[in-house]
Design a protein around this ligand. Structure first.
Ligand SMILES: NC(=O)c1ccc[n+]([C@@H]2O[C@H](COP(=O)([O-])OP(=O)(O)OC[C@H]3O[C@@H](n4cnc5c(N)ncnc54)[C@H](O)[C@@H]3O)[C@@H](O)[C@H]2O)c1
Ligand SMILES: O=C(O)C[C@H](O)C(=O)O
Ligand SMILES: [Mg+2]
Length: 467
């Protein structure tokens, strides 16, 4: 269950209530007081801001209990999550002040013309003389936002701003959110190509499948810069990282495990592909209609590709049937599809990555008693498997070596780098994946990605610390 933090501004009539009454009312209706600020003290009455932690579903109950209480006037309710979004979450800042005419003539006309001419004569100079080398576009059409679905480009913006914030804070990358008001594949490709000159890389985000595959493939072919669909590959990289470590905990090998992946959309396709490159020999992809089987015929081109792979099982069945005896379950579909009994039917020491947002495929209450390792995409349970562990460091590395693309070896190197941040001594069932606040994560991914880019011949520049 998700929690929220609300601030209640209340006026107390001291003739009728004490603060103890307020605290009791909040606690009885399911809220937890985390702080109290006195806004206006007074003998007969006082005003206070009370910060309350409450389950999403209980918020109305807390508010109602105060409204009904004699002697308490509820002046305002503010949700802290909304408060941090006021005015947006990022801004543009100049790198130097313009203090006088001399400065002006350098950063602007006429001085700037010299620089434009230099870039006109040698386009590569855009990397040294503009923001290009450190700037990434975070681009969506708003069609597959988190697990919320097609909520449109305006409503998608808070997620894109959040990703931009994370790029900057975690890896020093300047990222700019772009929300496109079109869902037409060709128009999206054309628009992204047209705005690409100012960017050093493109992070595609929350674009629904199957259009996301065509958009990414075409852009990678037609643009000479890193193109990365975060929901596909960021997720796959972090899943492989978590799996490498979870397998160490249960003492099993990639070649021997049977893996069920549920939800063969953007994330699921890329996860399946990466599992195969990592050496998995028994793979069961599952979507709404049940298992996608070897030898089957499918209209979805990626499902057909999977059906042609020798490692994909040929047996048909529903999710609840095929999960029996599996060593690993990976869910990137939707919430609450499995219960404890299903997890109990898996093989010994099951590994469960239930990554649908915001509700996982199987809740911790149901899964934990029957699984050896349990992970979700959320920050309020242990083992958060989320693509935020990947995109900052991956783009840091790709920008620093001016990579032409992001290829499979770079992704696999990033997965191994993330896994390596958890040392042998630290590794256990509740700690298979490092925290995003662990500064080693970006450092290790960058190093591994730059090395892989150099080895595969896609680096156009060797960063100083690699010379
Ligand atoms: N934790 C993370 O880092 C992370 C990253 C990416 C996506 N996700 C989550 O994974 C989910 C899928 O994301 P996506 O971008 O791949 O979306 P998507 O729409 O591209 O794919 C979802 C797939 O799940 C399938 N599906 C839906 N209901 C199903 C069911 N009952 N059984 C089997 N399959 C079912 C759909 O048919 C579709 O193929 C979302 O909830 C998203 O928030 C989490
Ligand atoms: O944004 C996230 O938290 C993860 C992922 O990109 C998603 O779309 O669910
Ligand atoms: Mg996403």
């Amino acid at each position: 269950m998700a929690n929220t933090s609300i601030i209640l501004r209340v006026e107390l009539d001291h003739g009728k209530v004490t603060f103890g009454d307020v605290a009791a009312a909040i606690s009885k209706s399911g809220g937890d007081i985390t702080s109290i600020d006195v806004i206006r003290p007074g003998k007969d009455s006082s005003v206070r801001d009370i910060t309350v932690e409450v389950a999403d579903t209980q918020e109305d109950r807390v508010v109602e209990s105060l409204k009904r209480h004699d002697g308490i006037k509820l002046i305002n309710v503010s949700d802290r999550t909304f408060l941090v979004h006021l005015g947006g979450k990022i801004k543009v800042q100049p790198t130097l002040p313009i203090k006088n005419r001399d400065d002006l003539s350098r950063v602007y006309t006429p001085g700037v013309a010299k620089v434009c001419t230099a870039i006109h004569e040698d386009q590569d100079k855009a990397y040294s003389l503009t923001i290009k080398r450190n700037t990434v576009a975070v681009i969506t059409d708003g069609t597959a936002v988190l697990g919320l679905g097609d909520i449109g480009p305006h409503a998608a913006a808070p997620v894109m701003e959040g990703k931009a914030m994370l790029f900057k804070q975690l890896a020093g990358v300047d990222a700019f959110p772009i929300c496109l008001d079109t869902t037409d594949t060709e128009e999206i490709i054309r628009t992204i190509k047209a705005i690409s000159p100012i960017f050093g890389g493109i992070n595609l985000e929350d674009i629904s499948s199957p259009r996301c595959f065509e958009i990414e493939t075409r852009l990678a072919q037609e643009l000479d810069m890193p193109i990365f669909h975060d929901d596909q590959h960021g997720t796959a990289v972090v899943v492989i990282a978590g799996l490498l470590n979870a397998l160490k905990v249960v003492n099993k090998r990639m070649e021997n495990i049977r893996v069920v992946v549920n939800g063969i959309g953007a994330a699921g396709v890329s996860i399946c592909k990466m599992l195969l490159s990592a050496g998995v020999t028994k793979l069961v992809p599952v979507d709404r209609e049940g298992a996608i089987v070897r030898g089957g015929t499918y209209s979805h081109p990626m499902w057909q590709w999977l059906a042609d792979q020798p490692q994909v099982e040929a047996n048909e069945g529903s999710l609840k049937e095929v999960i029996k005896g599996a060593d690993v379950f990976i869910g990137v579909s939707r919430g609450n599809l499995l219960n404890g009994e299903d997890i109990r039917s898996m093989g010994p020491d099951p590994i469960v990555f239930a990554m649908a947002n915001p509700e996982p495929e199987v809740s911790p209450e149901e899964a934990i008693p029957h699984s050896r390792v349990y992970a979700t995409g959320r920050s309020d349970y242990p083992n958060q498997i989320n693509n935020v562990l990947v995109f900052p460091g991956l783009f840091r590395g790709a920008l620093d070596c001016r990579a032409r693309c992001i290829n499979e070896p770079m992704k696999l190197a990033a997965a191994r780098a993330i896994a390596s941040v958890v040392s042998g001594g630290e590794l256990n069932e509740l700690y298979i994946i490092p925290s995003i606040f662990n500064e080693q994560v970006v450092i290790e991914i960058r190093k591994a990605v730059v090395q892989a880019a150099i080895l595969t011949g896609v680096a156009r520049r060797i960063p100083k610390d690699f010379r």
